[in-house]
Design a protein around this ligand. Structure first.
Ligand code: GRF
Length: 225
């Protein structure tokens, strides 16, 4: 099975996917065929290169170049073009799965529509429990809520990507308890360790689900007498 991974940063979750899909008896039955980064300085690019995985740099700033922040319409058009071209890059790989691993941009319908037409599932890592702390800085926000006693547990989840940010159907959910007076660094460390397990389980579960639907479709086809 072929996997395209989208990153924006350090790529520790990409590294977890690389480690799980290589070596003697890989736990992830898939090959990462391309890593696409929204940043030209993401350390994840180094990780991909070391693993011999082709990389593509696809930055929004290159689409916005020369467009003043104030011209909202032109920026929206540039954003749609960025997403449409991203979909082309992905579809070109003909993957079985797209994994957003620390991808920091909202994926609009300009991306989601062509990908769903191509029948390619997309999953995303959200470092909080379903329906909580959508958007950015989820780890810091859940830490604050925990230390204020507003929540008693936190965690992370892998979910299918839909238009609503971080609100697609969860595939894997991992929970950890809040620890009173824990530093935000220690909390972040515990969340990242959880992410690295969840992302591999989530990718395998999504691949298994596609395999199941394929077999279902095959079995549904009437045998021509
Ligand atoms: C995750 O917590 C993700 O939600 C956030 O940064 C972490 C991913 O880091 N964007 P990495 O790039 O996989 O190391």
């Amino acid at each position: 099975a072929k996997i395209v991974v989208l990153i924006s940063g350090s790529g520790s979750n990409l590294q977890a996917l690389i480690d799980a899909s290589t070596g003697e008896n890989p736990t992830l039955k898939g090959d990462i065929c391309r890593v696409i980064s929204s940043s030209d300085s993401a350390f994840g690019l180094e990780r991909a290169k070391k693993a011999g995985i082709p990389t593509t740099i696809h930055t929004l700033k290159s689409y916005n170049a020369g467009i003043p922040k104030a011209s909202k319409k032109k920026r929206k058009r540039a954003r749609d073009q960025f997403d449409a071209d991203l979909a082309k890059l992905v579809i070109n790989e003909n993957p079985d799965l797209v994994v957003c691993a620390g991808w920091m941009l909202i994926l609009s319908l300009a991306f989601l529509n062509p990908i769903s037409k191509a029948n390619i599932p997309i999953i995303n890592l959200h470092p909080a429990l379903p329906g909580t702390f959508e958007g950015t800085h989820a780890i810091e926000r859940s830490w604050e809520a925990g230390q204020k006693g507003e929540i008693t547990k936190g965690g992370c989840m892998i979910h299918y990507v839909i238009e609503a940010v971080d609100l697609g159907e969860p595939i894997v959910v991992k929970e950890i308890p809040i620890i009173k007076d824990e530093t935000v660094e220690a909390w972040e460390e515990r969340i990242h360790n959880l992410e690295h397990i969840a992302i591999v389980e989530g990718a395998q579960a999504a691949l298994d689900a596609t395999k199941n639907t394929e077999t279902e479709e095959k079995s549904n086809v009437e045998e021509v007498p």
